[in-house]
Write a new protein. Structure first.
Length: 559
């Protein structure tokens, strides 16, 4: 038997034999549903034989036969009635299990989100993307038509999506472009570090989405449920269908707060904060101002994460505030890093280590936060050092700045666009999908081995725009992305170590060394982050003005 669990109440399998029924009873099943019509195969037992063996084993049985490849709406209704009538857990079977999984998926369509259904079936080894549109339609067979069509559809109205739309418009104003995003507010996320240090007000980092969508670009305010790349279609919640000639995928990533036991319940209170959320960054600054003594923990989860330097930025700026307030000597600062190094590009480590020593930071590598008890003020870490048995340690805290694990959004991870790890699978230079030639991706959601930063998206958007225009005109890819990312490491109020690097950790400075030496703390770099980069973001990047972001030609990059 090949029994595959879908939920606690239902499992599926390929064709079972009469002799399997006692074993199924021993496994705890209480009923079986046959979804294979009698006589479909020569070696197939009849339902009457299965039912008799089931009763003998103490199981109930139901017969909901479905013709292969033709799951009708009435079949789904019959399957639902059988599930309601039978004791749980239930095993449903057909020739391969696919019909049973399809029936369950369509039956659950009204009560579960599409990504959850696709994830559960994918984990069991069944790909339901072919019926995703029908699942999104509440399990009913939809009419096969598009509600809208555009030359270019962009999924995601964040930094990468809006910048790409603006860059496309500047190159080819006659394109019909749509951005799909359900959010009302667009955030300048690089500013949240400075909100958590009392430098920026929260309102400075937020603007309405409607104010930022480029004029002439259609904003579809909806969530994406699934992709049908074989049909050049995006399925929205509610089963609306948007078709495209070319697709750009840039929805960002998912902050997986729930992956840390106890964290969602205590965020924003009990001394538990994070600059990774707009509403929590002010709480970080409140805690820093109020803290006069005790232990402060700063965590960093396994890679990849959005802005790998951000966990340290919060730590350094907090240490600086405590130093200025004369209380640093009474505060025990601990950096709990799931990785094994302070920063991934070694040229910047010496400057950072000087601040580690200045603030008396204890570095705890290979420590991954797995649970937190806010009321007890205890954090539990899984410690997995090389050549040592994994262990768990619990550490008391007075304040903890948490960075959550980060994964691709659910609807991306279960889509045909994803690689084995769930990220959109692209060529790292052209940012074109490796399988679907009319799809590109940029920003935090794709799998190129670059740092996930807004500065990276600023460089990627013109590359994607240039290559889409080349494709429209029948030319080969015209631009290449070199992996550029920037991480302005705020080591103290008024000074920044400006880390700029590309693929393989190669340094990629934007300015001459005499102006800004990125390997040393610089006041000019602070001025760049505090005063210059925000207007560059709002007034240049999101409007297609490619300041310091003109794409390299493919030939030049290859040479």
């Amino acid at each position: 038997m090949d029994v595959r669990k879908i939920t606690d109440e239902l499992s599926v399998s390929p064709q079972i034999a009469v002799a399997d029924l006692p074993a199924l009873a021993r496994l705890g099943f209480r009923a079986v549903i046959c979804n294979r019509p009698d006589g479909e195969g020569a070696d197939q037992p009849t339902f009457e034989e299965i039912e008799a063996a089931a009763r003998k084993a103490g199981l109930e049985a139901a017969y909901v036969p479905v013709q292969s490849g033709k799951v009708r709406d009435e079949d789904v209704a019959a399957f639902g009635r059988a599930l309601a009538d039978l004791p749980r857990p239930v095993l449903a079977y057909c020739r391969s299990g696919t019909r049973s999984v399809t029936l369950w998926s369509l039956h659950e369509a009204k009560r579960r989100p599409l990504p959850e259904i696709l994830a559960a079936t994918k984990a069991a080894g069944y790909d339901m993307s072919g019926v995703a549109r029908r699942i999104a339609n509440g399990g009913r067979t939809p009419t096969d038509r598009a509600d809208a069509r555009f030359d270019v559809v962009i999924v995601g109205g964040g930094a990468g999506g809006i910048a790409t739309a603006a860059s496309l418009q500047r190159r080819k104003p006659d394109l019909s472009i749509a951005i799909i995003d359900p959010a009302d507010v667009h955030y300048y996320q690089p500013g949240w570090t400075l909100v958590g240090a009392g430098v920026f007000a929260p309102a400075e980092t937020a603007r309405t989405m409607a104010a930022l969508i480029p004029a002439g670009v259609k904003w579809i305010k909806a969530a994406v449920a699934a992709f049908e790349p074989q049909n050049d279609a995006v399925i929205l919640d509610g089963c609306r269908v948007v078709r495209y000639d070319r697709l750009v995928v840039a929805p960002g990533l998912k902050l997986d707060w729930g992956a840390i036991e106890g964290l969602p319940e205590t965020l924003g209170r009990n001394g538990v904060t994070s600059n990774y959320r707009f509403d929590l960054a002010p709480y970080t600054w409140q805690l820093v101002q109020e803290m006069r003594q005790g232990r402060a923990l700063f965590t960093q989860p396994p890679m990849p994460i959005k802005c790998a330097g951000a966990p340290q930025k919060a730590m350094y700026l907090s240490g600086d505030a405590w130093s200025r307030g004369g209380v640093l000597k009474d505060i025990d600062i601990q950096f709990m890093n799931a990785g094994g190094v302070l920063f991934g590009v070694r040229e910047y480590v010496p400057a950072l280590m000087r601040y580690v020593e200045k603030y008396g930071v204890a570095l705890n590598f290979f420590h991954n936060l797995v649970a937190i008890d806010g009321e007890a003020k205890k954090a539990t870490f899984r410690v997995a050092k090389p050549d040592a048995e994994p262990a768990e340690v619990t550490v008391d805290f007075d304040m903890i700045h948490v960075v959550p694990p980060q994964v691709a959004p659910d609807f991306i991870r279960v889509s045909p666009l994803a690689d084995a790890a769930g990220w959109v699978d692209v060529d790292p230079a052209t940012l074109r999908h490796k399988t679907h030639q009319n799809i590109w991706s940029l920003g935090d959601v794709m799998n190129a081995p670059n740092a996930k930063t807004a500065a990276a998206a600023r460089k990627q958007a013109p590359v994607v725009a240039e290559n889409i225009v080349a494709d429209i005109e029948g030319r080969s890819p015209a631009a290449a992305y070199d992996g550029y990312g920037s991480c302005p490491l705020t080591v103290e109020r008024g000074k920044i170590v400006l880390a700029e690097f590309g693929y393989g950790g190669v340094l990629k400075p934007s300015f001459p060394k005499w102006l800004i030496d990125g390997t040393r703390p610089s006041r000019l770099a602070w001025l760049l982050k505090e005063r210059i980069l925000p207007p560059v973001y709002w007034q240049a990047m999101l409007k297609g003005r490619e300041w310091l972001a003109r794409p390299e030609a493919v030939t030049a990059a290859a040479g």
